[in-house]
Design a binder for this molecule. Structure first.
Ligand code: ADP
Ligand code: ADP
Length: 226
């Protein structure tokens, strides 16, 4: 699925205006890192793509040939992973992953099959019956990822998903995530303020500055032309 944004800005009720990178595109199966300092509008952009915020008049979000600007969050089929896991702590790994699928009213055998599939993909098989409260930070982030990809979203939005983890674990999960996104050809946007992380994970890095994409290229191009 190809994602396109046009003219997007967001004015919050208090008057704060977040300018968003006009003309950002993400191609099918591509992993794009959005790199930029805190406050530059990265989270706002993801929330607009997901349908959790409405852009200002004139802004449009396109998924392939569909203008999804007016579609509510539950009809966009977007997956999201955040720094804070937002999991249900007193439910099992399996129940957390299946929750969204139940909301979609998929038949039980289909839910079981999907849960099994993503447990494998995210190396969580051994933990499927544990409660979230009994897991480490890294394991929780794997569950959050599994939950986000279980509905086979059109695009996966990752907002600083590794920031709460310690450095070593962060690198391990980053590498696992890079492999998984490629293997399953997941179209994804990875938001971070960490340059090394952006470079390590993405096919293409878009550098945000003052509300626009100031530079965009493959990690190799950006290393050559910093
Ligand atoms: P980033 O994710 O890059 O740190 P954000 O998208 O969170 O940036 O924020 C972009 C700008 O919008 C900032 O100036 C921020 O303070 C402002 N902002 C974000 N959310 C709100 C809100 N709910 N109300 C008012 N201003 C907001
Ligand atoms: P906030 O407190 O930031 O306003 P929301 O009520 O919008 O949070 O959502 C709670 C959490 O669940 C957030 O992390 C949000 O992005 C996420 N979320 C909301 N709707 C969905 C959805 N349909 N699929 C996945 N995550 C969602």
């Amino acid at each position: 699925m190809t994602l396109r944004l046009t003219n997007t800005a967001k004015t919050y009720p208090d008057g704060t205006r977040a300018l968003l990178p006009t003309g950002l595109t993400v191609d099918t199966g591509e992993v794009v890192s959005l790199l930029g300092p805190s406050g530059c509008g990265k989270t706002t952009l993801l929330r607009i793509i997901a349908g959790l915020e409405t852009p200002d008049a004139g802004g449009e979000i396109w998924f392939d040939e569909d203008n999804v600007t007016a579609l509510p969050v539950e009809r966009r089929n977007v997956g999201m992973v955040f720094q804070s896991y937002a999991l249900f702590p007193n439910m099992s790994v399996r129940a957390n992953i299946g929750y969204g699928l139940k909301m979609q009213r998929l038949p039980k055998p289909e839910i079981d099959a999907r849960v099994h599939e993503v447990l494998d993909m995210c190396q969580l098989g051994d933990f499927s019956h544990r409660d979230i409260a009994a897991l480490s930070g890294g394991q929780r982030q794997r569950v959050a990822l599994a939950r986000a990809i279980a509905p086979r979203p059109r695009v996966l939005l990752l907002d600083e998903p590794l920031s709460a983890l310690d450095a070593a674990l962060r690198e391990t999960l980053r590498d696992e995530l890079a492999i998984l996104l490629r293997k399953f050809e997941i179209t994804a946007i990875f938001v971070t303020h960490d340059q090394d992380e952006a470079m390590a994970i993405a096919d293409r890095v878009a550098v945000m500055s003052q509300g626009r994409v100031a530079q965009s290229g493959t990690p190799e191009e950006l290393y050559r032309n910093p």
